[in-house]
Design a protein around this ligand. Sequence first.
Ligand SMILES: [Zn+2]
Length: 325
Amino acid sequence: MSDFFAVQHAMMPMDHVGYVHNRLDRDTEHRTEDSLSDMMVQTGSRFFLMHGDNVLLSQRGERWNALVCERRAKELGGEMDKIILLGTDPGERNAPRLALPLSDEAAAELEAGDEYELWSLRAVGIKGVLPPDQVGALAQARSLLHWHENHQFCAKCGQKTEIRLAGARRDCPSCEAMHFPRTDPVVIMLAIHKDENGIERCLLGHHTRFEAPMYSTLAGFMEQGETIEAAVRREIFEEAGIEIKAVRYAGSQPWPFPASLMLGCYAEATSSEIFLDETELTDACWFTREEVREMLTRDMDSELPHVPHGFSIASWLIQGWVDGK
Ligand SMILES: [Zn+2]
């Protein structure tokens, strides 16, 4: 292996980062109109039942379970005409994994009962109640179901669209337009500044929507025709007035709220005076490694400054810098 790739492999593993592990074989390019019916009858095919950002879980002893069979999915109030295929699970003898939404009435009824609980995907990601690869599959399910829910009508002619290829596309029977699921790229980055004494500090911001004294990396949606590097430079300048030279991509995280892909980067700051965009941030500061190391030890409800939970790529980027990577 060349040194070039060794640099990337030396990065911290993403074991604790949520939604990044998804071992399903999607096989999207070989799907046909029969794929859904073929997969549903296969031995071991199982379904995730979702309601918005939430997934239906049941508990047996210490173990939580998110997968149900077709009969149970129907009994529980799953909307059977909205089933999508996620893929097959090579860790479970290639058993198909599918997902469908629960109707609002069914979700309310299940929540009122004792047997099932609706868990937010955030809580599932943070608390580690499911195997990591299932959490990744749930992120896929959430983003794809959300896309279907919001693309029921053709963007070209306004007619009702139809689900195709087991959920990999929607077609318009009127104007024949084909619509494909979308992912929204977001840059998320840790700016690092080295002062004249060689001391490094990283830039963390307190977002207007944070209630706790939590400080995190800056982030923002990419714009059209923009490179990742340009988006990183633009966002940091807009939010904190800091100028950036080099940008290094470090890793990514699917973020299913509803369908983002977080592109994690480190950015080399060439200025240090902060000009705050107060519509986005209430505060932004430069922190030394020692300060951030201390912040990493505090939990999420601490009243002292702390950083996001380890399941987020923000935390991974921050930890990576503290560890000197
Ligand atoms: Zn149309």
